[in-house]
Ligand binder design. Structure first.
Ligand code: 13P
Ligand code: 13P
Ligand code: MG
Ligand code: MG
Length: 368
């Protein structure tokens, strides 16, 4: 029997602007998911938040894109939105594009990462959740985990990884996808995924087809035809025994790489890995955050330590990364509204440019 891990996330309202999802919203989600557990739709779940985004981590036996599982998540977000509106939380219902569920949560606003697999004798699974950034933010770390031997020494020294991995890449503008093999097509892969706003890694497979990683790639701006919110992503990664070791899966995050998002979804800034409790994007609404949660999946149950998973970035070894991210934040912030801190105008969530151009139109003269 196979197990499915589904991670579905949405920002449905937060406190103090776009900082933190209200605990009551998480409690409402907990009630709805608990009902789904009692009616055997779910086998297990864990609810967390990264900044203003609520992440529902669910296990079940129903496969990917299951209507009941997606409806459970949608109902949870919809019910919590009612409370968010009563409390006048900021951006109440931000990521819900409709209040009628249409059979699949994809395209309705929330981000989705799912994978179905036959459990190994022991199956470590890591879930990453971000705030104040976009799906392409995972391109660099996922590439390093599964294709860079300087990050993942197992690619060189572990015979079970030595064949490499296959990357499924989405072109989110043209709605096309392609599969590239690594290490054979590494340079082609990098040629695409270096464009993080357009080409995003959706899945990674072993060469035998076994699923290794799954990333949410919803881009709200493109879905709705206009930018109505950043698409803070989530990812699921399998570790150990034929996959990169847990330590190899967190190692890329020791580098606070530049990602798009941050203030008004319109700036570049460093990705800061934090514990669940420090996932509070406050400085200039950031800097962008990622949390990492480690589980063992056992008979479709999420095994952690005590009440929750291993909080992977709750490790003093990441203090230097956080410090470096803060220094980079200070440096790049000094650019104010200039690129490359501010995103190029085509990628900005907010822009006053058309209005400014309209106002100045008559004053523009030919340069001869
Ligand atoms: P174990 O020998 O403890 O399984 O560890 C191997 C490993 O992958 C460490 O990263
Ligand atoms: P969120 O996408 O996390 O809601 O943030 C939006 C924003 O404008 C932050 O400044
Ligand atoms: Mg928000
Ligand atoms: Mg957010």
């Amino acid at each position: 029997m196979k197990t499915t891990v589904s991670v579905i996330k949405a920002d449905i309202g937060s406190v103090s602007g776009h900082c933190i999802a209200h605990p009551e919203l998480m409690e409402i989600c907990d009630d709805v998911l608990n009902e789904a557990l009692e009616s055997s739709i779910l086998e297990d779940y864990y609810i967390t938040r990264c900044g203003d985004d609520i992440d529902l981590i669910m296990t079940h036996r129903r496969g990917e894109e299951d209507e009941e599982v997606h409806k459970t998540a949608y109902d949870a977000f919809l019910k919590a939105t009612e409370r968010a509106r009563e409390l006048k939380l900021y951006g109440a219902g931000q990521d819900l594009l409709s209040d009628t569920f249409s059979g699949n949560i994809k395209g309705m606003g929330p981000g989705v990462a799912e994978m179905e697999f036959k459990e190994r004798p022991s199956d470590p699974v890591i879930v990453y959740c971000c705030d104040k950034t976009e799906p392409g933010a995972f391109n660099l770390p996922i590439y390093k985990i599964f294709a860079d031997p300087f990050n993942t020494s197992g690619l060189v020294i572990d015979p079970s990884l030595h064949d490499g991995f296959k990357f499924e890449v989405f072109d989110v503008m043209e709605h096309k996808k392609v599969i590239l093999n690594c290490p054979e097509e590494m340079y082609d892969l990098l040629a695409l995924i270096g464009s993080t706003g357009r080409y995003v890694i959706k899945r990674v497979f072993k060469k035998n087809g076994e699923i290794a990683a799954s990333i949410s790639t919803e881009r709200l701006n493109l879905m709705a035809g206009e930018y109505i919110g950043k698409d803070d992503p989530v990812a699921i990664v399998r570790a150990q025994s034929g996959f990169p070791a847990g330590g190899e899966c967190v190692e890329p995050f020791a580098f606070p790489h530049m990602v798009s998002g941050w203030m008004r979804g319109s700036h570049n800034g460093p990705m800061m890995p934090t514990s669940e409790f420090e996932a509070n994007p406050i400085r200039f609404d950031g800097p962008p955050r990622v949390i990492g949660l480690g589980f063992q999946v056992s008979d479709a149950k999420l095994i952690g330590v005590g009440d929750g998973p291993v909080d992977l970035f709750d490790d003093p070894a990441f203090d230097a990364t956080r410090e470096e991210a803060s220094k980079i934040a200070t440096y790049i912030r000094r650019h104010g509204p200039f690129e490359p801190h501010r995103l190029p105008s085509e990628e900005m969530e907010y822009t006053s440019l058309p209005g400014v151009m309209e106002k100045l139109e008559k004053r523009f003269e030919d340069m001869e």
